[in-house]
Design a binder for this molecule. Sequence first.
Ligand code: HEM
Length: 147
Amino acid sequence: MFRQLALAAAVAATLSATAHAQTPAAPALYQRLGGYDAIAAVTDDFLGRLAGDRDLGRFFVGHGTDSVKRIRQDIVNQLCAAAGGPCVYTGRDMRTAHAGLGIAEREWETAVRHLNATLDRFAVGRRERDDVVAAIAALKKDVVEKP
Ligand code: HEM
């Protein structure tokens, strides 16, 4: 009886290992992007482009060094967590964080262009790029206040 159970367990384990081998779980976007350092580098490049933009730069002046570090860390954590990585986003929700900045539709589009330029620079694959762009697009309604 025990022998039979042990055999059945062994067969089940083998079948399940085979099933896993045939249909491996897709790695999380976090891994596909290259992990924490890659996400931090993407964030830095993107923020540099936003801050250096003729029309968007005005949103990023007047923050002290430590505030800039905090915002940057919040964005890294948010992207890392959203991509399924081992980070926790502890910042404010997107609507609260951007309320009163008066970000317009056109400014949002400029930011998305910069995001695409960053993803180009890091040669992010098509599938990963689509995932990142879709995740960011979902935030638009909370960030944009003006047509
Ligand atoms: C593209 C999607 C965007 C994401 C994922 C994003 C994410 C964030 C995050 C996580 C924070 C920090 C929130 C906190 O304080 O806890 C933040 C703050 C901020 N974001 Fe964004 N943001 C986006 C778009 C934009 C755009 C388009 C602008 C301006 C044109 C902008 C301007 C700002 C500014 C100025 C702050 C600092 C607010 C403050 O603390 O005074 N963001 N953003």
